[in-house]
Ligand binder design. Structure first.
Ligand code: MV4
Length: 492
């Protein structure tokens, strides 16, 4: 494999190209109008313009991307995350054109893209699942019966949904019929597939996912967990590895379950198996993401493994060069996602130009980003600007490094979620490890963020005043009235 086309943009396109370059592989970037000046275009050895800015005319246009690969003689396509990364038809089209798709086979993408098909596939592998049903349901009488058997609250989920889309909590039998009807029509409208099913609703779970790697020779390993419970409306904001609460026993059990899920769908490449962990430490398989995930760097830091390098090697049909026993967790990694959103204003997208963009750096700090000072943030795509990642010997160190790194990260011109990231890192519920998926809803308000900053401003002013009072005798303030500049001007 001498040349790879990266069918993505922003930080992930750059991140993939860096590893390709390290491996001596040439890179091809693709870009839309809005991304003409983007770093990923400049970084690549070659770049192909796809078209207008909307994703449908650029990063989602399968034919344009495959043609770009054929034209540049790229032997493989890395889809990154989002866009076409979990599109089975795209994986199929790429392969049909004699190009290697860096990811799983279309079959695995398809099965895991449908929640009911996924449940069906893992049946017989003895994987813990949330109590519920395995078939689509439309009959309300039957739904009532099943709900009473599972016990309220129940959750209605759309089979074609994912990432929380199309979910409804039902707490009383009397609400079931109406909620089912709504869920079905919503699923039809959103996914073109009205299949819904029922599960026991786990009240305050933690969201823990396991990274897996599978080669084409039947070897499957797991690279431990990532804790992703800190999210806002199904958008993750802070992730870490390892989780603050997993015992070695649960970790091993979850890891083994994840490997079985991968086996069940004949998985190849890097994938992520999502679990819910309830208050009694029972875990349940939720879904599998058949792509490289945004938060993969925290796993790279604690395992020392470059996941993109592994993806490429697997696509080259190489055997995994290590075993499960070779892997261990070293240190602790934390990731804060920096979105161009205003946390003081209900996380409204913030559009504008990066007038100032000063990156934090130093030991234990990794910043994966795709923008530079002076660039405008296009409104066509995901609002994530950067991922700030810290790595320390333990959780406390990673958190302290993060708080410092956030304060060194200077962004002006647009609002970002950096202050929100700091809020999370300083919150007692987070530092103690005692939190769940409701963290943001339970603890965050813009007022608290304002208070935190108001307090900081007050302290800074008081320190300034104290220093002034202590040293004012020594301070000889210049007399601005007779500065050189004004003298020169007046002589003219
Ligand atoms: C659940 C659940 C509680 N009980 N399923 C949300 C995203 C999708 N992957 C599945 N999700 C959930 N499924 C049962 N039976 C709670 C969630 C959930 C959630 C999961 C992970 C991370 C954040 C979440 C936020 C709200 C709800």
């Amino acid at each position: 494999m001498k040349k790879i086309l990266v069918a993505n943009r922003g930080e992930i396109a750059l991140r993939i190209m860096r590893t390709a370059q390290k491996m001596g592989i040439k890179t091809v970037a693709v870009y839309s109008d809005a991304d003409r000046e983007s770093p990923h275009v400049r970084f690549a050895d070659e770049a192909v313009h796809l078209g207008n800015s909307p994703s449908s005319e650029s990063y989602l246009d399968m034919d344009k991307i495959v043609n770009a690969a054929l034209h540049t003689k790229a032997e493989a396509i890395h889809p990154g995350y989002g866009f076409l990364s979990e599109n089975a038809a795209f994986a199929q089209l790429v392969t049909k054109n004699g190009i290697s798709f860096i990811g799983p086979k279309p079959h695995a993408i398809e099965v895991m893209g449908d929640k009911l098909a996924a449940k069906e596939a893992v049946k017989g592998y003895n994987i813990p699942m949330v109590p519920g049903i395995e078939e689509a349901i439309t009959d309300i009488v039957l739904a009532k019966k099943i709900s009473q058997k599972i016990g309220f609250p129940v959750l209605i989920k759309a089979s074609a949904g994912g990432g929380g889309k199309g979910m409804r909590v039902v707490r009383h039998l009397s609400e079931l019929a109406e909620q089912m009807e709504r869920a079905i029509s919503e699923a039809k409208a959103a996914f073109g597939n009205g299949s819904v099913f029922l599960e026991k609703y786990i009240e305050s779970p933690r969201h823990i996912e396991i990274q897996v790697l599978a080669d084409t020779h039947g070897n499957i390993l797991h690279l431990f967990e990532r804790e992703c419970s800190i999210q806002r409306r199904h958008q993750k904001v802070v992730e870490e590895a390892p989780s603050a609460i997993l015992t070695p026993e649960i970790r091993t059990a979850m890891g083994e379950a994840a490997v079985k899920v991968a086996k069940a769908c004949d998985y190849v490449g890097a994938g992520t198996v999502e679990f819910l962990l309830d208050r009694e430490n029972n875990f349940y398989f939720l879904e599998m993401n058949t792509r490289l995930q945004v938060e993969h760097p925290v796993t790279e830091l604690i395992t020392g493994i470059d996941l993109v390098e592994q993806q490429i090697k697997i696509a080259r049909n190489e055997k995994l060069a290590f075993t499960q026993e070779d892997l261990s967790i070293k240190g602790h990694a934390l990731e804060v996602r920096v979105y161009a959103e205003d946390p003081m204003n209900n996380f409204l997208p913030s559009i504008g130009t990066l007038e100032i963009y000063k990156r934090p750096s130093g030991e234990g700090i990794r910043l994966d980003d795709g923008f530079e000072e002076g660039m405008a943030i296009p409104m066509y795509y995901d609002p994530m600007l950067a991922k700030l990642i810290t790595y320390g010997k333990d959780r406390e160190e990673a958190i302290q490094l993060m708080i410092r790194a956030i304060s060194k990260f200077k962004i002006k011109g647009i609002s970002t979620t950096l202050p929100f990231g700091k809020f999370v890192c300083e919150h007692e519920a987070f530092t103690s490890g005692n939190f769940d998926t409701h963290f943001v809803k339970n603890y965050f308000t813009p007022e608290l963020l304002n208070e935190q900053y108001g307090q900081e401003r007050k302290i800074a002013a008081l320190v300034g005043l104290k220093l002034f009072l202590e040293h004012k005798e020594k301070l000889k303030l210049p007399d601005y009235k007779i500065s050189n500049w004004s003298l020169k001007r007046s002589k003219k």
